[in-house]
Structures are given as C-alpha cells and as structure tokens.
Design a protein around this ligand. Structure first.
Ligand code: 13P
Length: 252
C-alpha cells in the first residue's frame, strides 16, 4: 500500500546510553505530532531493538532492522534471522543497502533470498537500490537500478510485492552532502514505478511506496517529498539529530 514514510537508518552509530537519549528526544515529540499521513520507521542497531519496540506503538513509530540473514536458522555464527526479528516485533528490514553490497559483498541472489526470508516472516523489506557515480556519469544509471530491482524483487508475486518498500539511494549522494536534484530524483522514481507497471500492472506500480535516500535533510526534504513519485525518505546522518529528523518527518 502506497503511503508516506520517513525512515531513519542509524547505521553503526550510538552506544546504548546514546541511543537511549536520542530515542527519547525523537519519540517524545513524535507523540504530539499529527502523523495521520506519515509513517515513521526507526532502524537502530538491532541489539537495542527491544528498547524501541517497547515504546513504538504509543509513540507513533515502527521499528526496522538494518539487515538479516539470507538463511532461516542454524550454524551461521553472528547472523540474525528474519524469524528472530519477527519475534522481537520488528516490522521492517533494510535489504541491499549500498554499504552492505559494497563492504559485505552482498550480491543479488543473496538479496533476493533475504527478501524471501523477510516476507515469509511477515516483515516488510525496504529494498535499496542505487547507482555509483561512474554509472551515472556513463549514463548507465537506469540500467544498473533496473537490474538491481529486477534481480532483487521481480521474482515476487504482485501480492508479495505489496509488502515491499523501495528506496532509491544514489550511492554518490550517501553521506556526501550531494543530494540528487529534484529532477534526478523524480526521473529515477518514475523510471522505477514504470518498471513495476511493465512487469506487473499500473495498479501495482501506483501502490508502491518509493523512498529517496542520500543526503536528505531538514532543508531539502520538503522539495523532494513534494515530487510526484517520491513517497518519503530513508535518512542517514540527519536521523541522528533529533531536531532535524523531526523536521523531516513533518516535511509532507
Ligand atoms: P545519508 O542521509 O547520511 O546520506 O545516508 C543515507 C542512507 O544511506 C540511508 O540509508
């Protein structure tokens, strides 16, 4: 179902005490905001999940993980399964973030398996895609993003796809302060929606929530979220500053 979403990806930041403080500074004001039209998702380090899920409902947010295993259970030291996430009341999980593709060599096959694990456990994948700078400069960005989408989620039925959120995050915009221009963001989001319409149908495409990520902040969120095919944001750096994140949440 298409809706406005602002998701904060805390990445590998904050000790327990720091996370507790930031959570408090975000969650308390959230209680008093009129968020009928917007869903807020916090994706902290999963170790702290319970502190978040304990207060999520009364504070108007959902909890997401940043990663999960592509295996269901067993001898995979250090891994966390989708079933474990579900048992901790986690509702969303990032899949295919460029940092995982790059630093942990996650390939399309593995990402598609993660998507399947999550859906089997009734967790919504937030499927990330995006091109590196060379791909954009050589005009390959549509091919790259199209391939990522095709290999990551196009094996799903339309019914399954309804539980997926897509996040377009141009890698050159992540953590760099270089946001995609409104034209660049709208063009890629429309391209992704069109791919879905071609593979499934227009109704399925119109129902897809597509988020933008990459140096989205309190200053540019309003302009980005006003774009026809942008349904919200996946926020990194600015989600670690309560005041900024709360401003972004109110940018629709
Ligand atoms: P920044 O907002 O810090 O650019 O990070 C975006 C991101 O990677 C969110 O997943």
């Amino acid at each position: 179902m298409r809706r406005n979403i602002v998701a904060g990806n805390w990445k590998m930041n904050k000790t327990f005490e720091e996370a507790d403080e930031l959570l408090f500074n975000i969650a308390e004001p959230l209680q008093n905001l009129d968020l009928d039209k917007t869903e807020v998702i916090l994706c902290p380090p999963v170790l702290y999940a319970e502190m978040f899920t304990d207060i999520a409902i009364e504070n108007n947010f959902s909890v997401g993980a940043q990663n999960c295993s592509n295996h269901s259970l067993g001898a995979y030291t250090g891994e966390i399964s989708a079933a474990m996430l579900k048992s901790m009341d986690i509702e969303y999980c990032l899949v295919g973030h460029s940092e995982r593709r790059k630093f942990f060599n996650e390939d399309s096959k593995m990402l598609a398996e993660k998507v399947d694990q999550l859906l089997e456990n009734e967790i919504s994948p937030i499927f990330c895609c995006g091109e590196v700078l060379e791909d954009r400069e050589s005009n390959n960005h549509f091919d790259i993003v199209g391939k990522q989408i095709f290999e990551g989620i196009f094996h799903l039925t339309a019914e399954e796809l309804d539980n997926v959120v897509v996040a377009y995050e141009p890698v050159w915009a992540i953590g760099t302060g270089k946001t995609a221009s409104p034209d660049q963001a709208q063009e890629m989001h429309a391209f992704i929606r069109n791919l879905i319409a071609k593979k499934y149908n227009q109704e399925v495409a119109d129902d897809m929530t597509i988020l933008y990520g990459g140096s989205c902040n309190a200053k540019n969120a309003k302009e980005l979220f006003a774009l026809k095919d942008v349904d919200g944001g996946l926020i990194g750096g600015a989600s670690l500053v309560a005041e900024d994140f709360l401003k972004i949440v109110q940018s629709f």
